[in-house]
Design a protein around this ligand. Structure first.
Ligand SMILES: [Zn+2]
Length: 320
């Protein structure tokens, strides 16, 4: 599978094909757009094109050779994906909630080495907006000193989150947009074996993001089993554990805010379909918690309260 396999991003794909047609492959690409719309798939596809054993002149990697398959499984020695889980494995600093300079310091010497299997090494930074300012400055220097074999792809939400000097340094900026509902439904049907009806209902609610559609599908599956609640105590508990490790209070607030927003949508959907008083009570709890978050109450405290309130019979919940 080459660039044509990236569905619903025609503009991005045609730019990637134009960049690929250049004999000198760009050393630094920036991919911008919301989560779950194909940015990472495109980065992996670009890496496959660079390292493929039999690349196509127009479409890039074959998707079939040993190199392409290893990259697809994140297991190729010359393709490094730098993100939170990589950082966690490498430096045990997931607590920061940001991609930190130490992660890069550990990685750069490896990237500078000559590629083991081919002409190029590829470094994909996923979530570049999460790089601290120090890490961005340091990476800028590293970009300037990168050996020709090393090709960078940074994936970020938007330009505003990166230093302007970094943005202007890129040899190509590729923009990804939310997926059209129909295309999202087709992807769900073909890649996740979802039935057409469910796929189109998920696509309706997912705001153009495959990631979000899959999350909604998982939630739906969970609801049809033993626990039909809008609020899952185990999810609240695991979020509270996660944010307890953050050093950045703003990051914790942002994550809890996003979580509550999703819960509210979820509860509203359930209330509309079931009309259960229990769900209405939960909805009211979520709204109160959102208000408290807006009033600057500590996020961890809010989650604790939410868990406690859920255990009260008034919340209509026997789920604890
Ligand atoms: Zn290949």
């Amino acid at each position: 599978m080459g660039f044509s396999g990236i569905l619903g991003q025609d503009q991005a794909v045609s730019l990637l094909k134009r960049l690929w047609a250049n004999s000198s492959k760009p050393s630094f690409l920036l991919f911008f757009g919301p989560r779950g719309v194909g940015r990472k798939l495109a980065a992996v596809t670009w890496a496959q094109a660079l390292l493929c054993r039999q690349p196509d002149e127009q479409d890039g990697g074959c998707g079939q050779c040993e190199n392409c398959r290893q990259i697809g499984k994140s297991a190729h020695p010359d393709c490094t994906l730098i993100d939170f889980s990589y950082q966690e494995k490498l430096t045990d600093t997931s607590a920061a909630g940001r991609l930190v300079i130490d992660t890069l310091r550990e990685t750069i010497p490896l990237l500078k080495q000559h590629p083991l299997t081919g002409r190029h090494s590829v470094a994909i930074v996923d979530g570049a907006e999460d790089l601290t300012l120090a890490a961005q400055i340091s990476l800028l220097k590293i970009l300037e000193e990168s050996p020709p074999h090393l090709k960078w792809i940074w994936i970020a939400l938007d330009e505003g989150r990166l230093l302007p000097t970094i943005v202007s340094r890129a040899s190509g900026r590729v923009y990804f947009r939310p997926l059209e509902k129909q295309i999202l439904a087709e992807i769900l049907i073909h890649k996740t074996n979802t039935g057409p009806e469910t796929a189109s209902s998920l696509a309706e609610k997912a705001g153009g993001s495959l990631e979000r559609a899959q999350m909604l599908a998982e939630n739906n599956a969970g609801q049809s089993s033993a626990d039909p609640s809008a609020i899952k105590p185990n999810e609240i508990y695991s979020l509270s554990q996660r944010i307890a490790r953050y050093r950045s209070a703003a990051r914790a607030r942002k994550d809890v805010g996003a979580f509550l927003e999703e819960l509210e949508t979820e509860a509203l959907c359930q209330w509309r379909t079931t009309g259960e008083l229990r769900i209405l009570n939960q909805l009211s709890l979520i709204l109160q918690t959102r208000q408290a978050l807006a009033a600057n109450i500590t996020p961890s405290l809010l989650l604790e309260h939410l868990l406690l309130d859920l255990s009260q019979p008034a919340a209509g919940s026997q789920i604890l």
